[in-house]
Design a binder for this molecule. Structure first.
Ligand code: CU
Length: 126
């Protein structure tokens, strides 16, 4: 009986560790109602936004390097094609998405830096 309990205690932390590894999007922060996403220091702000159906989202590159903002998934970018209109932004450049006319959640990322979690985020259209 004691042996069974010890095995259970060991197994629990292992399961928690695996699930946290599968959730890289967890530190997105609260949902913010805004149609502007600003990039600086390799971080998009905000990374979890909610916008009205039919509106657009403006991406502003305030970083010192270029960024290439596209729809998930990487590298196909075919989930929310309207996000791909943003695309390549030199430092100081800004560009809007297309009209977001479907109620859904769209993921975005920097195609040139797909591994940087700070450049990944979600736009919820509702
Ligand atoms: Cu990509």
């Amino acid at each position: 009986m004691k042996t069974v309990l010890r095995i259970g205690l060991v197994a629990v932390p292992v399961v928690i560790g695996v699930s946290s590894c599968r959730a890289p999007t967890e530190p997105l922060g609260p949902i913010v109602q805004t149609n502007t996403i600003t990039i600086s220091n390799n971080t998009a702000s905000n990374r979890n936004v909610e916008v009205a159906l039919g509106s657009r989202v403006l991406f502003i590159n305030n970083d010192t390097r270029s960024h290439n903002m596209t729809s998930d998934p990487h590298p196909e970018h075919d989930d929310c094609p309207d996000l791909n209109q943003v695309g390549f932004l030199l430092p100081g450049e800004k560009r809007e998405t297309g009209n977001l006319v479907e109620a859904r959640t769209c993921g975005f990322h920097d195609h040139d830096n797909p591994g940087i979690s700070g450049l990944r985020g979600f736009i919820t259209i509702k």
